[in-house]
Design a protein around this ligand. Structure first.
Ligand SMILES: CC(=O)N[C@H]1[C@@H](OP(=O)(O)OP(=O)(O)OC[C@H]2O[C@@H](n3ccc(=O)[nH]c3=O)[C@H](O)[C@@H]2O)O[C@H](CO)[C@@H](O)[C@@H]1O[C@H](C)C(=O)N[C@@H](C)C(=O)N[C@H](CCC(=O)O)C(=O)O
Ligand SMILES: Nc1ncnc2c1ncn2[C@@H]1O[C@H](COP(=O)(O)OP(=O)(O)OP(=O)(O)O)[C@@H](O)[C@H]1O
Length: 524
């Protein structure tokens, strides 16, 4: 059995637009007559095709999309937009062709035109950075709701339109999907949208055709070096979000050393935010003026209380229902992004006070899945050394006993971060249980070996178990744990499948952890 691929959300009442008008407005060449052809949608995948669509055939890592033009026609596509090579490949399909140099580069503006997403749009917030995009986006959504707005969300975990939720495929959807989603949100009278923007999305034109009202930067640390040659290339990929064609204003966190460089390269009005006292090695430690500061006042198992202080003596004290300073940082970033969008800090403070703090549920983000008895078990989506460092610290604060860290590493993704993940995991835990995550097409034994060897090399005496598969590993971790201990299971977070040789095998770490606790007699 394989897990279901989630659907793409589209407007329910799309308006038809003339293909000839599209070609003339964009000044595009075409092959075959466009007379009388009307389009109601756009897609780059036959899997998501609707009758009346413009099918975009783009060169991919494996195939040229134009190879699927005949299939697209069968499914009801009325025309093909592609490059010269694609036009040649699709000659036999019988579809009229619109020619562009780069289908990927054209997709955003074409989708915006088809779905009219340049008109009457909700407030658009973008969040980027290595860690904290999902958390900040959910927190933004939560606070906007507390302010009484109908909201939308596009995140790694889920897409939300008001109360409607669908599971996500990519962190940031392809541009055609993004514009369809926003058009659907507009139909549902959504007033503000929080969008997670990955580096890959910026490199692959997925947010083209959009200008965000406010863009937020969380931090940058080691990740994604399978996609980018080095940290500098990864960093550079984030910068286009902070230029006038992508965002009107920005809020930049100086909690990582890269924050200051984002400030220096941004060409839009911006403000800065940082923890006080500054995080070790952060840009804030050297900065002369940080406009907004965040101070943790109280840390409890159920919440983190913080003070946000800004220019002109403005300040607010509130709680975020998550553990760790980094959650206060994400929540404060969300609040300042709202202030930059025109909300009054005082009004935000009042709305939050009425509810006793921020109300938000973050699926699989240091999510406590255990009950009142037995060890605390947290399932987290962290898969980078920096995320491990911060979540382990947060879990340690509430753990009188041992901290047991259970994790694996992604196959076919940045292999260079694995040794550091293992070292950080060993440094912050009392016991390590190393297991599998998404092996994809890699050998899971060899992924585990790198993790085990790296942890052993750095900490030869650390208590360490290698257990595969993860279903057995969580049971081992529970067996090792007692009352007062904590288990942090990092990696799977909210996900409901494992990718094993390209097949999405249904699996939920949260459910497995609950089952393991039940079997051990710690839960009903
Ligand atoms: C490496 C990468 O970015 N791949 C993306 C790419 O796939 P591809 O180039 O392999 O596509 P392909 O198989 O060669 O096919 C070429 C074209 O033919 C189309 N096609 C193909 C087969 C078919 O039957 N019908 C059909 O229409 C495909 O939709 C595609 O447009 O084009 C696909 C269609 O849009 C994307 O879904 C796919 O993202 C994959 C799933 C992916 O995992 N991307 C990762 C790297 C990613 O973007 N991650 C970021 C970061 C997450 C984070 O922060 O951790 C994200 O934003 O999610
Ligand atoms: N501001 C922060 N600084 C450092 N770590 C953080 C911060 N916010 C969240 N984290 C940790 O980073 C991990 C990922 O969190 P989250 O899912 O919010 O980030 P993300 O940027 O969406 O990640 P991804 O790109 O993988 O989707 C979790 O372990 C979380 O606890």
């Amino acid at each position: 059995m394989s897990a279901r691929i989630p659907p793409v959300l589209r407007p329910e009442h799309p308006s038809a637009r003339s293909l000839g008008q599209l070609a003339s407005e964009f000044g595009l060449e075409h092959i075959g007559s466009l007379d009388g052809i009307e389009i109601t949608g756009v897609t780059l995948s036959t899997g998501d095709l609707h009758p009346g669509d413009l099918y975009v055939g783009m060169p991919g890592a494996h195939r040229h999309g134009a190879e699927f033009a005949a299939q697209a026609k069968e499914g009801g596509a009325v025309a093909l937009l592609t490059d010269a090579k694609g036009a040649e490949i699709a000659q036999e399909s019988g579809l009229p062709v619109i020619l562009v140099d780069s289908p990927r580069a054209a997709l955003g503006d074409v989708s915006a035109w088809v779905y009219r997403t340049t008109e009457h749009m909700p407030l658009l917030f973008a969040v980027t950075g290595t860690n904290g995009k999902t958390s900040t986006s959910y927190l933004l959504e939560g606070i906007l709701k507390q302010m009484g707005l109908v909201t939308g969300l596009s995140s790694t975990a889920e897409r939300h339109i008001g109360d409607l939720t669908v599971v996500s495929r990519l962190t940031t959807p392809e541009a055609s999907e993004m514009h369809a989603l926003l058009a659907r949100m507009r139909e549902s009278e959504v007033r503000a949208v929080a969008v997670e923007v990955s580096a890959q999305a910026l490199s692959r034109n997925r947010v083209d055709g959009l200008v965000f009202d406010v863009a937020g930067f969380t931090n940058l640390s080691h990740d994604h070096l399978d996609d980018y040659a080095d940290m500098e290339a990864y960093f550079q990929a984030k910068l286009p979000l902070f230029q006038p064609d992508r965002a009107k204003r920005a809020v930049i966190s100086l909690d990582s050393p890269y924050g200051q460089r984002v400030v220096e390269s941004a060409r839009i009005p911006l403000t800065t935010i940082a923890m006080t006292p500054p995080v070790d090695g952060s840009a804030a430690a050297d900065a002369n003026d940080v406009e907004w500061t965040v101070e943790v006042l109280d840390e409890r198992a159920a919440y983190t209380e913080f003070r946000l202080s800004g220019p002109e003596g403005r300040s607010l004290v509130t709680r975020v229902p998550m553990i760790g300073w980094h959650m206060a940082a994400d929540a404060a970033l969300a609040i300042v992004m709202m202030v930059e969008a025109g909300f009054e800090l005082e009004a935000i403070g009042q709305a939050l006070d009425e509810d006793g703090g921020i109300v938000a549920y973050l699926p699989g983000r240091t999510e406590r899945v255990s009950g009142d008895r037995g060890p605390s078990v947290f399932v987290d989506f962290g898969h980078s050394p920096d995320a491990f460092l911060n979540t382990l610290k947060a879990v340690r604060r509430f753990t009188p006993g041992k901290v047991i860290m259970l994790f694996g590493a992604d196959g076919d993704r940045d292999t260079t971060k694995r040794p550091e993940m293992a070292r950080v995991a060993a440094a912050g835990s009392d016991i390590l249980v190393i297991t599998d995550h998404h092996p994809r097409f890699e050998d899971p034994d060899s992924i585990r070996k790198t993790l085990v060897d790296s942890a052993r090399e750095a900490y030869p005496d650390h208590e360490l178990y290698e257990v595969s598969p993860p279903e057995a590993a969580i049971r081992k971790a529970v067996e090792l744990a007692g009352e007062g201990d904590s288990i942090l299971w990092a990696g799977p977070g909210h996900q409901d499948y494992r990718d094993i040789r390209g097949v999405r095998t249904p699996y939920s770490a949260r459910e497995e952890a609950r089952a393991a606790l039940r079997e051990a007699g710690w839960a009903e």
